[in-house]
Ligand binder design. Sequence first.
Ligand SMILES: [Zn+2]
Length: 171
Amino acid sequence: MLNKNYIEVLYNMKEEYVENGYFNEATQTYTFELKLPVTPHTCPRCGTTTQYIKDYRVKTINFGKAHEVITIGKYRQRRYFCKNCHTSFSESNRFVGKYMRTSKSTLTSIFHAVQHTQTYSLIAKQHNLSVTSVIRYFSQVKIAKPTALPSVLGIPCMSLSGLGIGKRAKT
Ligand SMILES: [Zn+2]
């Protein structure tokens, strides 16, 4: 069964960031809450460093599937406020991109699966995504300029295939 330690290993996420994990037997879904510590952030507009908190937004993130269990993170994303220029902005994080609802680890796993010539429908099923989403993510990578690639693919991530994720029998 998934637990905090498992989440830490699987998603390269510190255990203390993970709270209140619970498993729903009926939907085979493991949901956990995520919150990062307060750290100094640089205002994207004027460059001033701030730790002043404006508010929080809860973002639901699809972390794909682990051992057939759908994994969902409820990320309580902090928004900081710059007192110098009155700009508010979201805190930086390592596990989900801006405007994204699918985790970076899931995207990495999808790209591994594509390399192993699995079908889009199989990959979608394995990652709790629609086929359309999988195709969209994959096409975004293919058309990305080389300078943009590291931000998409350079994800600090352990080998997911070693844990049995994205490594299913080909059909
Ligand atoms: Zn500012």
